[in-house]
Design a binder for this molecule. Structure first.
Ligand code: NAD
Length: 264
């Protein structure tokens, strides 16, 4: 899995083909979509039009909450694959645990079938808290390859990352730039950017890469799409990393997975 990919949340389907094409041209090979983003069709069109060999691409999509359950998951997966125009996805994720629905174990058993059938190369979860991971691992046979969680310098997620390390789960950061809201103006980030003659977004993405997170920044602006992947030719030093570590304030932008039950 490429450590840096491209997220397409909030990109309308009729713009997704162009936006994903810009990302592929800029060098991204990993694309993160979801059934609920309603842009799998446009995303799939860009993948097909790129002419890139399938094995060079890494495509992630996610099962929406309303479809949790064994049979409904199998049907929803078929629909996603058809919209994407693919024979397989590289990674399929349960979008939210939905504790009130209490169906993620059954849902994941359908994921294990999809994996065994070769229609997903890897399976995993999103927004799972350590307690959800422990239960899932205890009751099923395939350890999730990935847990995609909200993670940025103001929400560093130490406890969940520790659970990942214990089980060999990759940490994937959603909203890695804090949705561009405020984080990119934090003085410590701006100072590090000046020191390296880089942008605040590049500093934040570089921090993710150096602490071992998979990242999927989103932008629809071509110059920013290119800027966000241009992060492999500089390095933050120990002082920079310590300054970013000090920004953790446990501040969520999105819902708390313990309480989010939309579509349950
Ligand atoms: P992000 O942190 O990637 O921020 C994106 C926003 O930051 C852009 O809309 C833009 O306003 C700004 N931005 C981007 N590049 C910039 C730059 N170079 N300079 C200045 N501003 C810049 O936020 P996101 O879109 O929420 O998260 C990224 C991806 O994560 C999504 O597209 C989606 O694929 C995934 N995601 C998953 C979940 C989940 O529940 N699994 C939830 C949210 C997002």
């Amino acid at each position: 899995m490429p450590q840096l990919g491209f997220g397409v949340w909030q990109v309308p389907d009729d713009e997704a083909e162009q936006v994903v094409t810009t990302a592929l041209d800029a060098g991204y090979r990993s694309i993160d979509t979801a059934a609920i983003y309603e842009n799998e069709t446009g995303t799939g069109r860009a993948l097909a039009a790129s002419g890139l060999p399938r094995e060079e691409l890494f495509v992630t999509t996610k099962l929406w909450n309303t479809e949790q359950g064994y049979d409904s998951t199998l049907r929803a997966f078929d629909a996603s694959l058809t919209k994407l125009g693919l024979d397989y996805v590289d990674l399929y994720l349960i979008h939210w645990p939905l504790p009130a629905k209490d169906a993620y174990v059954d849902t994941y058993r359908a994921f294990e079938k999809i994996l065994a059938d070769g229609r997903a190369r890897a399976i995993g979860v999103s927004n799972f808290l350590p307690e959800h991971l422990e239960r899932l691992i205890g009751e099923t046979s395939v350890v999730p390859a990935v847990n995609q969680i909200e993670l940025h310098p103001q929400l560093q997620q130490a406890a969940t990352r520790e659970a990942h390390a214990r089980h060999g789960i990759a940490t994937e950061a959603w909203s890695p730039l804090g949705q561009g809201k405020g984080l990119l103006e934090v003085p410590a980030i701006v100072a590090i950017a000046r020191k390296h003659d880089r942008t605040p977004a590049q500093v934040v993405l570089r921090w993710h890469l150096q602490v071992g997170n998979v990242v999927i920044p989103k932008s629809v602006t071509p110059s920013r799409i290119r800027e966000n992947i241009d992060v492999f030719d500089f390095e933050l030093d120990a002082e920079d990393l310590a300054a970013v570590a000090a920004l953790d304030e446990g501040h969520r932008l999105g819902p708390d997975p313990a309480e989010f039950n939309s579509g349950a």
